[in-house]
Every structure is written in C-alpha cells, then in structure tokens.
Design a protein around this ligand. Structure first.
Ligand code: GUN
Length: 295
C-alpha cells in the first residue's frame, strides 16, 4: 500500500484514534474533490472568515481554518475587525458577503464581543453559506436528520465513529458531557441519527461517574482542569471496559489519557484528536455549500 492510500491500521492503533491522521486522509480526498469541481465549474470555492476582536485563541483557530482551506484549494478572504465593531457594521458586512456570488461559505468566529448579539449575527448569515451549521435553517434541518451543513466538531466526532464501523449505535449508550450549541446539542442529533441512546451531562449533573460508567461512547468537552493535583475530570475508574472515549477539550484534555487507554477500546488524544477533525469537517461543509450553490 502506498503512503497516499488509506492506512486504517495507522489511524486506529493501540487503542488510540489519530484524528490527525484521519484528517490527513480526508483532507486529501477533499483536495481532489475541490480540484475536480473547480475544473468542472470554472470557479473555486471561497470561504470568508470574520473575526471580531483580538482573542489569541480565536485568532489561532481562524488561522488554522484558513490555512487548511487554502491547502485544499479553497480561496479565502479574512476580515479581522476591531473589538469595538458595532453590530450594525457587522450586519452590513454579512449582507454584502451574502450577496457576493463568488463567496460560498461564511464563518463568523465565536465568541463575539458581548455588545454584539450572537443570535442576530448568526441568523443574518445566508443559510446556504452557513458552513458552521449554526443558522436557524441548518439547525432545523439537523432536527429533521439532514446533517450536511451541521456543526463541525460533532461531525468530526461521528466521522471518527463512522470510520470505526460504528455508524449504527443501536443498543449503545452514548453519554455527552457538554450542553453547548456548538458541541453538545448538535451532537445529540447526530448520535440519535445513528440510533444511540443519548444522555447529556453538564456542570449541574450530580454524580457524573454514575453516567460515564454506563457509556459505550463517552464524549467529554468540559475544558477545565479539575484541580492542580488532580487535573483530569475523566479518570479510568469512571470508564466502562471497552468504551470509546472522545475528548473534545482544548487545550488540555478532560481525560486521563494514559490510564484510560488501558481500559477503553478507543480513546482520542489531545492534541491530535477531535481538533483536526473539526477543521476537516469545516472544509467538507465549504465544499457542500459550494456544490449546492453552484449546481
Ligand atoms: N468557536 C468555537 N468553536 C467554533 C466553531 O466551530 N465555529 C465558530 N465559528 N466559532 C467557534
């Protein structure tokens, strides 16, 4: 097998899912697809990113998204706006980009400054260009089982499961620790679509371990250290033998990776797990948005 082919044994190895390697594989496919579509339609897919303010984490995420897009043959235009940008100014920019036929995807990096109403901004994005899958129309579609333009992180998670052959979770209990609009809530839909029994835990859940111990698939996105001495919220005593454990937390994982690895069937590392998959699913969303608009 040449190194360019799908090396499944390298992606899923020693109980560890390499999101980085799976991403590399999928991004190669996306790049080929982008080249083919660009040739066919005579126009490249284009993504516009909008970042308001100068949060270093958000800046880094946007840079990574743009870099990965460009590498796949997707054009980009990046608006880095000052923190003091008004909601009206942002809405005007979005309306202009909505009307630009050469732009197929719009991504407004969240969170926005507190003086801007996130819901108003997301709702203003043309649903066909909403490559984050956050707009009312795309959330409604997801409710009806249409996953095409849905949130990238949940898509990255179920794509890893799909590649493991776990695309039907009938009889399996999936436990999500997160209730955000970006991760937990859309993931409920994606897991239900795959017939899982889904439980959602969050910061107000009592006796978290009683839920995690039942999980055949555990997805955790707490994103905080428990304490200095005891940094991991998810320890191996909280895991069912043979579970699949997906750690969404950044920059430090929620999961005591080294110990959980010995007990779980599969676990994702941080970094190199869900993070790269999220960006890869964004690229797939851009291609899906472009294809739907161009054809
Ligand atoms: N902030 C954290 N995650 C995301 C994401 O997936 N998309 C956007 N636009 N902002 C985010």
């Amino acid at each position: 097998m040449s190194s360019k082919e799908f090396a499944k044994d390298e992606i899923f190895k020693d109980h560890v899912i390499s999101g980085r390697k799976l991403s590399k594989h999928i991004r190669r496919e996306v790049k080929v697809e982008v080249a083919r579509l660009t040739e066919q339609y005579g126009i490249s897919p284009k993504l516009v990113t909008i970042l308001v303010g100068a949060d270093p984490g958000s800046q880094m995420y946007v840079r990574m998204k743009v870099k990965a897009s460009n590498k796949a043959g997707i054009l980009s235009e990046n608006h880095n706006l000052p923190e003091k940008t008004t909601q009206a100014e942002l809405l005007t920019l979005i309306q202009k980009i909505n009307a630009d036929r050469e732009v197929h995807g719009i991504l407004v990096q969240l969170p926005l400054p507190t003086h801007i109403d996130e819901k108003a901004i997301i709702s203003a994005i043309d649903a066909r260009k909403d490559v984050d899958g956050f707009s009312p129309t795309n959330i409604y579609r997801l409710f009806y089982g249409e996953e095409e333009l849905s949130s990238a992180t949940p898509q990255g998670i179920v794509t890893m499961l799909d590649y493991l052959g776990m695309d039907d979770l009938s009889g399996k209990h999936a436990v999500i620790i997160n209730r955000s609009n970006i991760v937990g809530k859309p993931l409920i839909m994606l897991l239900l679509n795959r017939n899982a029994t889904v439980t959602v835990c969050h910061s107000r859940t009592a006796d978290l371990a009683s839920f995690t111990r039942q999980a055949d698939v555990l997805v955790t996105a707490i994103g905080r250290r428990k304490s200095k001495e005891d940094p991991f919220y998810i320890t191996s005593d909280m895991i069912k033998e043979g579970a699949v454990v997906i750690d969404v937390a950044t920059p430090h994982g929620d999961v005591d990776f080294e110990n959980v690895k010995e007990k779980a069937l599969w676990v994702t590392p941080v970094p190199g797990g869900v993070g790269p998959m999220t960006i890869t699913m964004l690229l797939k969303n851009v291609v899906a948005a472009y294809t739907a608009q161009i054809s």
